[in-house]
Ligand binder design. Structure first.
Ligand SMILES: C[S@@+](CC[C@H](N)C(=O)[O-])C[C@H]1O[C@@H](n2cnc3c(N)ncnc32)[C@H](O)[C@@H]1O
Length: 413
C-alpha cells in the first residue's frame, strides 16, 4: 500500500505528533480491516476531510495509557497547593488536566481534593483531550483492571462500586469534572473562561519535537495564573524549563511555575498542615459514595514510591531542575566514570544535553537502553532524536517498542 503523502503532514499539523510512515500504514490497514473495506486509496482520501474517521485513526496512533494515582507525589503536591490556594482566596480553585485521556487523571485530582478535605463547592476540574472516543469513555466513569495499577487501592474502596469485573466511579466525583475536546496546539480550543490555578500536562510533551513543545508550553502559560502551578511528566521537566517555566524542586512532583512569576513561599512548599499520614486501609475507611465528600484523609503518598535513586543521581536531577545544566552534567560524568551501569544517569545526561549535542544524547540513550531495554522514557526520547534526524523508520520501531512495554489496553471500559 502506498501512503497518501498528505497524511503524515496532516497528523502532524493537527496534533503535533510526528508519526513514522510504517506506523501510519499499520494503523490504516487496521482501520480498513475494522471497517471491512479494501480500497485503501479511497479510505485515505476520506480521512483528509472526515473528522470522525480522523479521530478513529488517531486512537490507533496515540498512546492513551493512563491510570488512577499514576504519580502520587505530583497529585499530592497539586492537591495541597489547591487546598492552600482555596484557604487564602476563598474562591473555587480551577484545575486543568490536559491531556486527560480516558479520565483517570482528572478524576484522581478530584478524589485527592476530597481527600484533603475540600468540599465540592471549592474546586472544579476541566479535562481536555484531542481524542473524542477517549472522552466518551471518561464520561462513562466505568473502569477495568488496567486503570487500577497503583499499589494503594484504598481510593477504589472509597469512591467506586463494583459492576461485574469493572468499577463505577461515584457520581460525587464525576460531578466535579467537565470533559471537553481540545487540542493543545490550538489555544482557542482550550480557553474556558477564567485562568486556571493548577494545570497538569503529563505524558504528552515527550511525543513532540522541541519547537512543538515550545508552542504547547506557551499555550499552557497563557491558560495559567502567573502564580499558578504546572505539573508535567518527570521526563518533560527539561523541556518545560527550556520554554518559560522554573522548577519548584519538589521531589518527584515535576512541579513548575512561570519563570517570571513571583513565587510566594506558600507556593514553594504548601504550609497547610498535611493530614496525618496513615496507611489507607479499605477496612478502616468509611465508604463515602454519597454526594458528600469524605473527611480529610491521608493521600496515598506513602504507597507506590519508586526505588530511591542513588544520592548523586538525585543531586544531579536537582541541579538539572534548577537549570544548572553544566554542573549536573559534570556530576553525572563523574558518577558514570565510577559506575557505568546506571541507566538513570545515562538517561538524565541525555535529557540535559542541548539540541546541538544530539549525537552525544543519542549515545547516552542507547547506553541507558542497553542497560535497561524497557526504559520507556528513553525509548520515546530516542525516537524523537531519530525523527528530528529524518530517520523515521527507526523512530517508528522505537515507538512501537515503547508501546509494547505498556500493558495492554484491552480491558478499558
Ligand atoms: C499518554 S496519554 C496521557 C494521559 C495522562 N495525562 C497521564 O499522564 O496519565 C496521552 C494523551 O494525549 C492525547 N493527545 C495527543 N495529541 C494531543 C493534542 N495535540 N492535544 C491534546 N491531547 C492530545 C492523546 O489522545 C492521549 O489521550
Amino acid at each position: 500500500m502506498r501512503l497518501d503523502p498528505r497524511l503524515a503532514p496532516l497528523v502532524r499539523s493537527r496534533t503535533g505528533l510526528a508519526i513514522a510512515d510504517d506506523m501510519l500504514g499499520r494503523a490504516i490497514r487496521q482501520r480498513l480491516r475494522e471497517r471491512q473495506e479494501s480500497d485503501a486509496e479511497t479510505y485515505m482520501a476520506r480521512i483528509l476531510d472526515d473528522e470522525g474517521e480522523f479521530a478513529d485513526l488517531l486512537e490507533l496512533l496515540v498512546i492513551p495509557e493512563t491510570w488512577f494515582f499514576r504519580d502520587p507525589q505530583a497529585i499530592t503536591h497539586a492537591a495541597r497547593f489547591a487546598q492552600e490556594r482555596h484557604a487564602r482566596s476563598g474562591r473555587p480553585v480551577r484545575l486543568l488536566s490536559l491531556p486527560c485521556s480516558t479520565g483517570e487523571e482528572p478524576y484522581t485530582l478530584a478524589m485527592a481534593l476530597f481527600d484533603v478535605g475540600l468540599p465540592a463547592s471549592a474546586f472544579q476540574v476541566t479535562a481536555v483531550d484531542i481524542n473524542e472516543p477517549s472522552l466518551e469513555r471518561a464520561r462513562r466513569g466505568l473502569y477495568g483492571r488496567n486503570s487500577f495499577r497503583a499499589k494503594d487501592l484504598g481510593f477504589r474502596e472509597r469512591y467506586f462500586s463494583a459492576e461485574g469485573d469493572r468499577h463505577r466511579l461515584a457520581e460525587s466525583v464525576r460531578a466535579q469534572v467537565r470533559f471537553r475536546q481540545g487540542n493543545i496546539l490550538q489555544l482557542g480550543s482550550l480557553r474556558d473562561g477564567a485562568l486556571f490555578d493548577v494545570v497538569l500536562c503529563r505524558n504528552l510533551l515527550i511525543y513532540f519535537d522541541d519547537q512543538t513543545q515550545g508552542r504547547a508550553l506557551s499555550h499552557l502559560a497563557a491558560l495559567l495564573h502567573d502564580d499558578g502551578l504546572l505539573c508535567v511528566g518527570s521526563s518533560e521537566m527539561v523541556s518545560a524549563m527550556r520554554h518559560g517555566f522554573a522548577s519548584l524542586g519538589v521531589a518527584q512532583a515535576s512541579a513548575l511555575v512561570k519563570r517570571q512569576a513571583q513565587v510566594a513561599d506558600a507556593v514553594r512548599s504548601p504550609t497547610v498542615a498535611a493530614p496525618p499520614r496513615r496507611k489507607a486501609s479499605p477496612r478502616q475507611a468509611p465508604a463515602p459514595r454519597a454526594p458528600a465528600p469524605p473527611r480529610s484523609r491521608a493521600l496515598p503518598v506513602d504507597a507506590p514510591a519508586p526505588p530511591a535513586p542513588p544520592p548523586a543521581l538525585e543531586q544531579a536531577q536537582r541541579l538539572a531542575d534548577a537549570g544548572r545544566g553544566a554542573e549536573a552534567e559534570a556530576l553525572l560524568r563523574a558518577l558514570l566514570e565510577q559506575d557505568r551501569s546506571q541507566a538513570g544517569a545515562h538517561f538524565l545526561l541525555a535529557l540535559i544535553l542541548p539540541d546541538e549535542r544530539a549525537a552525544e544524547a543519542e549515545r547516552a540513550l542507547r547506553q541507558a537502553l542497553y542497560l535497561e531495554p524497557a526504559h520507556y522514557p528513553a525509548l520515546c526520547r530516542l525516537a524523537l532524536i531519530c525523527e528530528r534526524a529524518g530517520r523515521l523508520d527507526e523512530a517508528g520501531r522505537l515507538r512501537e517498542r515503547a508501546a509494547r512495554i505498556q500493558p495492554a489496553a484491552g480491558d478499558r471500559a
